[in-house]
Structures are given as structure tokens and as C-alpha cells.
Design a binder for this molecule. Structure first.
Ligand code: C2E
Ligand code: CA
Ligand code: CA
Length: 447
């Protein structure tokens, strides 16, 4: 009889296990957190939830499907099990998400924090070691969110959600991929949500506009402009793009916002063409975010704007980041090549801040490098920056790429850059970003 009962229990337990990883699922996890939490309240002990997210799983699954995705998840589960202590509890939620519950860590919060951190660092180290899945080597980078509990007024669901929220900010943390949940994180998330609503509202209410920053050659001729978005918020006044663009990029809002930018820039160029653009003006640069470029139908959208506005595609330069070219090489290059066939050209924005290497640059379908302004900012005080900038200019020359120095603010910087062979410049010295009317006056100035 007891044998039968044992068998029954085992079957019930197995039915609740996740088929791929053989770990408990979300329901079991939530029940377990409730149990541990009520016991800890009674014993006055701190426990921890560690939320684990493996960043590359999605692209591996998208590319290789379950063939490699499933064995990878299974192996990750075994590595976590190896690190865990006897009474720790491990569960698999979905896709790349795992959770560890560490019970009864310590009576003092700081000591409990230390133990949870030590566990997570050990886990991080183990998960960084190479996985060999069906003959292919895979290196993962994971993010970890930690929540200490029990916490007043929080049930298991709240605790789990908060540990996951901590992860959102682990990628903003430059020193570590491990983040603890704090009240400030909750506030930041609320602010972000509010800003997203306001961006949406701003789009509906026509609060955005495009400014144009001049690009000049060695003689100071206006050879192009970069379109930069500006937001005059109904009640808060100007909001900085560095504040709202990353928030839009983090949600799908970058798609309608990016679409608005493209549409407005195309229309503007068409208007200027009708007035009669000077021959020297050859580049209107438009910033395109990674998710915007990667979205399905991006090339068709651009084609549509090209046909409806009849702009000269050769006069449009699309600025993208190195990051999108590295992480989504095949997809990005495919889209870029299709647009290049239509006449558009491409620039790498903020060049020098990413993985820039000579060998990969030589195969990328771009025609321009824009040296990141951080290299120019203290160029005259920092010899290392001088060496880097000189190397970038030389590299661009030998690859027959155009090179633009961004953020040029002083005559000294300009002289240095010209001496090293740079031929195009952008920055406060040559012109601030300007509203349409002001820029037009400059553009159509009779000399
Ligand atoms: P970015 O693409 O690197 O744009 C250059 C930024 O440097 C602009 O800031 C510009 O105003 C500023 N800048 C120009 N010259 C100087 C200078 O001499 N010194 C200094 N210190 N700064 C200078 P802004 O307009 O605030 O934009 C910040 C970032 O926001 C942009 O960096 C870009 O990443 C993003 N952004 C702006 N407009 C758009 C857009 O239309 N679409 C997308 N996807 N991103 C945009
Ligand atoms: Ca840019
Ligand atoms: Ca830039």
C-alpha cells in the first residue's frame, strides 16, 4: 500500500515537472515560495529568490529551434543543480528563465545578502563556462535579479515579479550583471511606464519635431545634416532624447516613433529638393534604432516613403550602431544590402565605442564612420584619445570609407582632425542642431 502511495506521489510530482528541464514549474515554485516565506516569518530568517535569465537562449532557439534549444536548457538546469545547496529549490519558468529559492539564509539582512550574492556569483561563473550542444560551442551571458524575503504585504507572485524586475536594471549596471531589488527600482519602473505613456500621447498630439545639425567639409561647406528628434512635452517642456529614446527602444514604441522620424525626414528632404538643394548638400542622416532596422517590413516601409516622396535616395544616409551589425549580422546585412541597391547609404554611429575591428569593418556594407564624440571631447588633453582617433581616420582611409568627427567644439580639435586627414565635421563649433526654419536659412543662403 505504501509502495502504491509512493508511486502515486512520484507520478504527481513528475506531472508537475517541466518536460524539457525536469525541474519544477511555476505553480510548484509559487507554492514553495509561500511555504518558505511563512516559515521564515515565524523564524525571523531572511531567504532569497534568484531570478536567472540567459540572454542568448532566444537567438539560439530562433536559429536552431528545439534541436539545440532543449538540450541547452537541460544542461543549464544541471549546472544550477550542481551549485545549489541541499535545501535550495530550483524551478524553470519559461524559455530562458530559471529561479532559485534559497531558504533560511540569516537573521541579519546584510549577512543574508552576502550569502545570496556568493551563490549567484558562483552560479554566474559556472554558467559562463562553455556549453557544447550537438557539437556546437555556446557561450552564455546571464543576468540575475535577487529579492530578499519575507517582505511585508508581498505574496509569492509579488516576490517573483520583483526579483524579475531587478534584472531589468542589471543591464544598466556597468559593474555587474547581478542586481538586487530595491524600492528605487520600483520607482524607476513606474517612471519608465509613465514616460512610455507620455511618448504615446506625444505622438498623438504632435509634440515631436526634427532638428537638423550641419555637417561640413574642410572648407566649411554645408555638405549634410543629421536629423535629431526633439520633444516639447505638453507640461514638462523639452525632454532630452537621451532620456526618452532608450525608453522607447525598450518597448515597441520605438517602431511608431521611428516611423514618424523617417516619414518626417523624407518629407522634409522632398520639400528642400523642390526648392532646389545646393549640389554640395549630399547627406541627410537619419538615426535608425536596432529594433527599427530589424522589424519585419522595414525595407518595404522605406521603399514606400521613397516612392511617395520621390526623394533622391543617394542623399539619405542611415545611421546605425555597431551593436546591431555584430549581434544580428546576417539579418542586418541583408536589409542594408537591399536598401543600398535602392541608392541609400549607411553610416556606423558612435564608432569606436563597440567592437570595431579592421577585419569585420572591411566586410560591412557601410560607407561612413562617425567617430563617437566621447573621443573628441577631451582630445586635446588626452594622448590616448589622439592615438585612437588617428588610427580610426587611417583605418577609414585605407578602407575607402568616409569619416566624420562628431562633437567638434573647438578650433584646436578641428585643426588636429584636419591634420590627421579627417574631412567631415559635426559639432557645436560648426553648428548646433537647429529647428527647420533656422536650418533652411543656412541651407539656402545666397553666397
Ligand atoms: P547621436 O546620434 O550620437 O547624436 C549626437 C548628439 O550629440 C545629439 O544629442 C547632438 O545634439 C549632440 N551634439 C552635437 N554636437 C555636439 C557637440 O559639439 N558637443 C556635445 N557635447 N554634444 C553634441 P541629442 O540630440 O540630445 O541626441 C542624443 C542621442 O539620442 C543621439 O545621439 C541618438 O542616439 C538619439 N537620437 C536623437 N535623435 C534620434 C532619432 O531621430 N532617432 C533615433 N533612433 N535616435 C535619436
Ligand atoms: Ca547619430
Ligand atoms: Ca553619434
Amino acid at each position: 500500500m505504501s509502495n502504491y502511495k509512493e508511486q502515486q506521489d512520484k507520478l504527481i510530482y513528475q506531472a508537475q515537472l517541466d518536460a524539457v528541464t525536469q525541474l519544477p514549474n511555476r505553480n510548484q515554485l509559487l507554492a514553495h515560495i509561500e511555504k518558505v516565506s511563512s516559515r521564515a516569518k515565524y523564524q525571523n530568517l531572511y531567504c532569497a529568490i534568484v531570478f536567472i535569465e540567459c540572454n542568448q537562449y532566444k537567438s539560439i532557439h530562433d536559429f536552431d529551434g528545439n534541436y539545440r534549444g532543449d538540450p541547452l536548457l537541460y544542461d543549464i538546469a544541471r549546472r544550477i543543480e550542481k551549485i545549489k545547496a541541499e535545501h535550495d529549490f530550483i524551478a524553470h519558468l519559461s524559455g530562458s528563465e530559471f529561479v532559485a529559492v534559497l531558504p533560511d539564509l540569516h537573521k541579519q539582512q546584510d549577512k543574508a545578502t552576502e550569502v545570496a550574492l556568493e551563490f549567484t556569483q558562483k552560479l554566474d561563473k559556472s554558467l559562463k563556462e562553455v556549453f557544447v550542444i550537438e557539437g556546437k560551442e555556446i557561450i552564455l551571458s546571464c543576468a540575475f535579479g535577487i529579492e530578499l524575503f519575507p517582505m511585508a504585504d508581498c505574496n509569492a507572485n509579488d516576490l517573483l515579479r520583483q526579483s524579475q524586475k531587478a534584472i531589468i536594471f542589471s543591464d544598466e549596471n556597468h559593474f555587474s550583471n547581478i542586481s538586487f531589488f530595491t524600492k528605487e527600482i520600483e520607482e524607476k519602473i513606474q517612471k519608465r511606464k509613465q514616460l512610455q505613456k507620455q511618448i504615446h500621447h506625444g505622438l498623438d498630439n504632435d509634440e515631436f519635431s526634427l532638428y537638423f545639425q550641419p555637417r561640413v567639409d574642410i572648407e566649411g561647406n554645408l555638405i549634410g545634416a543629421e536629423a535629431l528628434i526633439r520633444w516639447m512635452h505638453g507640461s514638462q517642456g523639452w525632454v532630452n532624447p537621451s532620456e526618452f529614446i532608450p525608453v522607447a527602444e525598450d518597448s515597441s514604441l520605438i517602431l511608431p516613433l521611428g516611423d514618424w522620424i523617417l516619414k518626417t525626414a523624407f518629407k522634409q528632404l522632398a520639400e528642400w529638393q523642390t526648392i532646389g538643394l545646393p549640389d554640395t548638400f549630399t547627406r541627410l542622416s537619419i538615426n535608425v534604432s536596432p529594433n527599427q532596422l530589424l522589424q519585419v517590413g522595414f525595407t518595404d516601409l522605406i521603399k514606400e516613403y521613397l516612392e511617395s516622396t520621390k526623394v533622391d535616395a543617394n542623399r539619405i544616409e542611415i545611421e546605425i550602431t555597431e551593436e546591431v551589425l555584430i549581434n544580428y549580422k546576417a539579418l542586418a546585412i541583408n536589409k542594408i544590402n537591399r536598401l543600398r541597391e535602392l541608392g541609400f547609404c549607411f553610416a556606423i554611429d558612435d564608432f569606436g565605442t563597440g567592437y570595431s575591428s579592421f577585419s569585420y569593418l572591411s566586410v560591412l556594407p557601410v560607407s561612413t564612420l562617425k567617430i563617437d564624440q566621447s573621443f573628441i571631447a577631451d582630445l586635446m588633453q588626452n594622448e590616448n584619445q589622439q592615438v585612437i582617433v588617428t588610427m580610426i581616420i587611417k583605418m577609414a582611409q585605407s578602407l575607402k570609407l568616409e569619416v566624420v568627427a562628431e562633437g567638434v567644439e573647438s578650433q584646436q580639435q578641428l585643426t588636429f582632425l584636419i591634420e590627421k586627414g579627417c574631412t567631415q565635421f559635426q559639432g557645436y563649433l560648426v553648428g548646433l542642431p537647429m529647428a527647420k526654419q533656422e536650418f533652411q536659412t543656412l541651407l539656402f543662403k545666397k553666397t
